[in-house]
Design a protein around this ligand. Structure first.
Ligand SMILES: Cc1cc2nc3c(=O)[nH]c(=O)nc-3n(C[C@H](O)[C@H](O)[C@H](O)COP(=O)(O)OP(=O)(O)OC[C@H]3O[C@@H](n4cnc5c(N)ncnc54)[C@H](O)[C@@H]3O)c2cc1C
Length: 365
């Protein structure tokens, strides 16, 4: 059995980014993906400073610049159409908004051997490696398993089982918000957010149209079966006066993205020969616009640690240090994420204070 390899679980943004980084250091890896085929998934991603740096190092910065649109927010209104804030080109905002499938496809072209439809079915740890059995019956031995398998990570469960540590409310937090998202072909060339009491809508022009994200503060157990989604979204946003929003609501497609917004915040990010990156250890609300950025930066940082310590026996200790460092930006992003949710759709009377504060010229988004 061949060893000295890295197993990447999940070919999303973090897993593919790690694969690209490892490939450029000539470190052998295997990457597995649970889906059998790629589905068109996700809406748009804002790629900001941290993500742009990681993208440049992976050689995909031009794709982001060519297919992305500068993310310049033009204004925030309330649902009656009253302007809450106008923004005049913010030159310090260097971020781009890019359709998620374009970014994913670009990452995929750089990782030729993704094992599709494969998952881990069992592991057995030895002194210097970890044996993995896959759902196709294959067995292989690795030095390290990297869980890049997103918010519903099963690799996270492997760590938790090893540590005999129970997943509890602190590990996955329901933010109390739900999100419906759609990309419409029509281009509304204005980036605008509409903030109301307990709901909000953000619209971003992208290369292939406009992405609409509808958020609602909702009870924690809120879950909308697919057949109810168009009905729900119309119900909660029909009182918005913006003609663009009403136009989109009138013509809703069937396949609206829907999710409850959850934060993954496991206390442990690694144990022994298993470690996590991306949403598996720190998923955020899309309102932070930072999850993919952190995912790419995690991958780049982890590849440096692997390159430096894989062969000197110190890798496992260094992973603890690395993860402790990565928790700092992840925690900051979590706070920002919570703050944006609170600010965009407060309850009453906070909405009144917020509107007054927004009138000040020093109020920053
Ligand atoms: C609507 C929306 C808007 C967003 N907007 C932004 C934004 O503007 N900017 C930003 O930076 N971030 C944004 N994010 C967050 C961003 O999408 C995530 O943070 C990012 O995708 C995390 O990457 P990941 O690789 O960790 O997880 P994912 O991209 O979710 O990838 C996980 C992969 O693992 C696979 N997988 C799952 N389980 C297994 C298994 N057991 N075995 C093998 N494979 C498995 C999945 O199929 C998937 O391909 C947004 C998220 C959403 C939902």
């Amino acid at each position: 059995m061949e060893t000295n390899k890295i197993l990447i679980v999940g070919a999303g943004i973090s897993g593919l980014s790690l694969a690209i980084n490892l490939k450029s250091c000539n470190i052998p890896f295997q990457i597995i993906e649970k889906q059998k085929h790629w589905s068109k998934k996700g809406l748009a991603l804002a790629i900001q400073v941290e993500g742009l740096t990681a993208a440049a190092n992976m050689g995909i910065l031009n794709t982001i610049k060519n297919h992305g649109k500068p993310r310049n927010l033009k204004g925030i209104e309330n649902k009656n159409g009253t302007s809450l804030k106008q923004f005049i080109n913010n030159p310090s905002d260097k971020s781009f908004v890019i359709p998620r499938d374009i970014l994913h496809e670009e990452l995929r072209t750089k990782v030729p051997n993704i094992n599709m439809g494969i998952q881990i079915s069992g592991i057995k740890e030895n002194n210097d490696s970890i044996n993995v059995e896959f759902n196709n019956g294959n067995i292989a031995s690795f030095n390290l398993i990297v869980g890049a398998d997103g918010i519903n990570s099963s690799t996270r469960n492997l760590i938790i089982n090893q540590k005999k540590y129970k997943l509890n409310r602190k590990d996955i937090i329901y933010s109390g918000s739900v999100l419906w998202g759609i990309t419409v072909e029509k281009k509304y060339d204005k980036i605008i957010e509409v903030w109301d009491k307990k709901t909000m809508c953000a619209m971003y022009p992208v290369e292939n149209g406009t992405v609409f994200s509808f958020f609602r503060k909702a009870p924690i157990n809120f879950y909308s079966p697919p057949e109810n989604r168009t009905r729900d979204i119309k119900k909660y946003f029909s009182s918005y006066s913006q003609p663009v929003i009403q136009e989109v609501l009138e013509d809703l497609p069937e396949d609206i993205f829907f999710d409850r917004v959850r934060y993954s915040r496991p206390y442990v990010w690694n144990n022994s020969r298993i470690t996590l990156i991306g949403d598996a250890c720190h998923s955020l609300s899309p309102l932070s616009g930072l999850g993919a950025n952190l995912a790419m930066a995690d991958a780049e940082g982890l590849s440096h640690i692997i390159k430096k310590y894989l062969n000197d026996g110190n890798l496992l200790n260094k992973l603890y240090e690395f993860n402790a460092k990565r928790k700092i930006p992840a925690d900051k992003a979590y706070q920002l994420s919570k703050m944006r949710t609170k600010r965009g759709m407060p309850g009453f009377p906070e909405i009144l204070f917020r509107n007054i504060k927004m009138k000040n010229s020093y109020w920053e988004y």
